[in-house]
Write a protein that binds this ligand. Structure first.
Ligand SMILES: C[S@@+](CC[C@H](N)C(=O)[O-])C[C@H]1O[C@@H](n2cnc3c(N)ncnc32)[C@H](O)[C@@H]1O
Length: 202
């Protein structure tokens, strides 16, 4: 962990290091991450995930859809003990991995794992996150029913973010939503992440 990341995680440094160690060992052994990811867990996975940090208000509920090995939900939950986080993941192997991590890190009082497809899950959350989940149209269909009326959808996306918004203008309008592309960094020395933020149109 480099110095800016140590400063960012403060008292939670040990917990995030434990999670990274689990990703580098069991995460790769179980096939949740490719073997080449071992050397880039911090930059490509942890810091990319917590680029969402400043967009998430204090004390809110977060649902992370298609969490996989826990990204972005777990790095965010570890950084932010004020959040209640639900990790939604349909695949047995992945949800078993997630439940194990939550137990081992002692996060069970505010992080829960739900084995479900997003479209079959019932619940409302202040923030609905995702990364590498699906093209924006499908992502919206899955995320919007889980968003609380004044809440927001935060999707970590790649360089196609604006094109995806343009391709879904009609769906956004019909659902009375506005979408914008934001660039954010976990800390000033971190790589920028591209985020699509979707909220209710005023
Ligand atoms: C490419 S992986 C991304 C995992 C993680 N978010 C990441 O960034 O590493 C997509 C994940 O979405 C999950 N998924 C697929 N369809 C889903 C659905 N309908 N509802 C919730 N999750 C779904 C998959 O099981 C998989 O774990």
């Amino acid at each position: 962990m480099d110095a800016p990341t140590q400063a960012l995680y403060g008292d939670q440094q040990e917990l995030i290091s434990q999670y990274v160690d689990i990703l580098a060992s069991r995460g790769i052994e179980w096939g949740l991450l490719g073997p080449r990811e071992a050397d880039r867990l911090w930059d490509r996975h942890i810091l990319n995930s917590v680029a969402l940090n400043e967009l998430v208000s204090q004390g809110v509920s977060v649902a992370d859809i298609g969490s996989g090995a826990g990204l972005p939900g777990l790095p965010l939950a570890i950084l932010r003990p004020d959040l209640e986080v639900t990790l939604i993941e349909p695949l047995l192997r992945r949800s078993t991995f997630l439940s194990g991590v939550v137990d081992e890190l002692g996060l069970g009082d505010r992080v829960r794992v739900v084995r479900s497809r997003a479209e079959e899950h019932k619940g409302r959350y202040d923030v609905v996150t995702s990364r590498a989940l699906a093209p924006l149209g499908r992502l919206l269909t899955w995320s919007e029913p889980l968003r609380a009326p004044a809440g927001q959808i935060l999707a970590l996306k790649g360089s196609s973010a604006q094109d995806e918004i343009d391709a879904n203008v009609q769906q956004l309008r019909t659902r009375r939503l506005v979408a914008e592309v934001l660039t954010a960094r976990a800390h000033p020395a971190a790589e920028p992440a591209t985020i699509v933020r979707i909220s209710r149109a005023h």
